[in-house]
Design a protein around this ligand. Structure first.
Ligand SMILES: [Zn+2]
Length: 138
């Protein structure tokens, strides 16, 4: 536990900002209270990461064999980035959120569907081989 150099409130050691007055409270900043920093909820639209491109890539990867697995990962990354944004989402990131969810669902669905048809192909191939072996014996 340490104490705010600005207002004297007790704050957890890992905190960078005082929960009471918002002053910067790093381990040793020379004793001068830093100017009050904008709280995380008020991240401006410009400083928000743009997740739209990641979401579009995830969605684009989602509908093809093999790449649908990458689609799951990329869409999940886009969703995680969007969830990590505090405060109001920009329009781009609102669109990105929808695309990332669609991309995630679509890529999981396609991975399962392609996986099943791939396995079905192997089974069909194996039973074909079994038939040939059986035919060559009899
Ligand atoms: Zn304080």
């Amino acid at each position: 536990m340490k104490y705010c150099k600005n207002c004297g409130a007790s704050i957890p050691d890992e905190s960078v900002f005082c929960e009471n007055c918002g002053a910067v409270c790093e381990a040793d900043n020379g004793g001068t209270p830093q100017p009050v920093f904008t709280p995380a909820e008020e991240v401006s639209a410009e400083s928000q990461p743009n997740c739209l491109i990641t979401a579009i890539i995830g969605l684009a990867l989602s509908c093809w064999p093999v790449t649908s697995i990458a689609g799951i990962i990329v869409s999940a990354i886009a969703l995680k980035k969007i969830k990590g944004i505090n405060g109001k989402l920009t329009v781009k990131n609102k669109v990105a959120k929808i695309l990332a969810i669609v991309g995630l669902v679509s890529s999981i669905f396609c991975t399962v569907a392609y996986g099943i048809s791939f396995l079905a192909g192997i089974v069909a191939g194996l039973s074909g081989v079994a038939d040939q072996v059986a035919n060559s014996i009899y």
